[in-house]
Design a protein around this ligand. Structure first.
Ligand code: ADP
Length: 281
């Protein structure tokens, strides 16, 4: 039994953000495995919705992309199965050819669903963070030297901090570098021509604060509360077709929080943006 009709109906329902229902299937064949993955996806989507993660409009966009990727091969499968049922192919060879195409599409769908599930599960937990004690001066100095070349190569001005604190901090050097690169890459990506990017530090009793400031296009105030959510892309990024996944800042947030710190957007206007992350000292 190939529960294509049910799959198709479910895909349509999912498109409308209705995650109710469950397909009946036998697990012991490829279609069964596919149905199982399909149901796992439905559960995952239902769970995401209930948890209210990310902002609704972005979730819908993501869902639309996924559903589209699912729907296209499903439509093909539907066509070939109907072809067999309606006797468009009758001979053994013709039927076998159709079946091979159907199986190929089913495999494609299974793979796609697996990837989506893997991605959502692995995305954050897989980031392995190992903290070691280091002196902050040398670590930041090396990064900033590299960054100044990178930024100036893009035709932007780079302003070095007047002073780099030298404290003992407990960090994963690779991951904190990743955060700074990410923030500076965003500043580059969202810069206007002849922009400036500055980095500076502050310390208080509890934290070493690292600021990344740019003179770029800024973030609409309506977007600011959501930019650290996964898959969230600001209105300007989408409208101006600036490429990105909306994952960068959510990963920065995860890394910084794994260090016992926090990251925030200090301010943003059409004159530019200031991001700051705080590492415990
Ligand atoms: P991406 O850049 O791939 O869209 P991010 O998670 O890095 O995803 O950022 C989320 C959103 O925050 C971006 O889509 C953009 O709207 C906004 N943003 C982040 N950094 C900046 C910046 N320096 N200047 C302007 N907008 C920014």
């Amino acid at each position: 039994l190939v529960p294509l009709d049910d799959l198709n109906k479910s895909a349509k329902k999912i498109l409308k953000e209705d995650f109710s229902g469950k397909i009946r299937y036998d697990y012991d064949n490829e279609v069964g495995v596919f149905c199982h993955n399909f149901e796992a996806m439905r559960d995952e989507l239902r769970y995401s919705k209930e948890k209210g993660i990310a902002v609704r409009k972005n979730e819908k966009e993501l869902l639309a992309c996924i559903s589209h990727d699912i729907k296209t091969p499903l439509t093909a499968i539907n066509g070939y199965v109907s072809g067999i049922r309606d006797g468009i192919v009758k001979d053994r060879q013709g039927i076998e050819n159709y079946c091979n195409i159907i199986l190929k599409r089913v495999k494609m769908l299974s793979k796609l669903l697996e990837d989506i599930l893997e991605h959502s599960k692995a995305e954050l937990n897989q980031l392995n963070i190992k903290l070691t004690e280091i002196y902050s001066y040398e670590f930041f100095k090396n990064i900033l030297d590299d960054l100044s070349i990178e930024v100036e190569n893009r035709g932007l001005a780079f302003i070095m901090p007047s002073k780099i604190p030298d404290l003992v901090i407990k960090i994963d050097k690779k991951r904190i570098s990743q955060v700074i690169y990410n923030l500076v890459s965003n500043s580059i990506k969202y810069s206007k021509e002849k922009g400036t990017i500055s980095i500076y530090f502050e310390t208080d009793e509890n934290y070493l604060k690292v600021y990344v400031e740019d003179t770029g296009i800024g973030i609409s105030s309506a977007d600011i509360p959501y930019i650290f959510n996964k898959f969230y892309r600001g209105e300007k990024s989408r409208n101006q077709n600036i490429p990105g996944s909306g994952l960068g800042l959510s990963i920065c947030k995860y890394i910084i929080e794994s260090h016992g710190g926090f990251i925030e957007c200090i301010n943003s206007s059409c004159k530019g943006t200031t991001m700051c992350f705080n590492l415990p000292i």
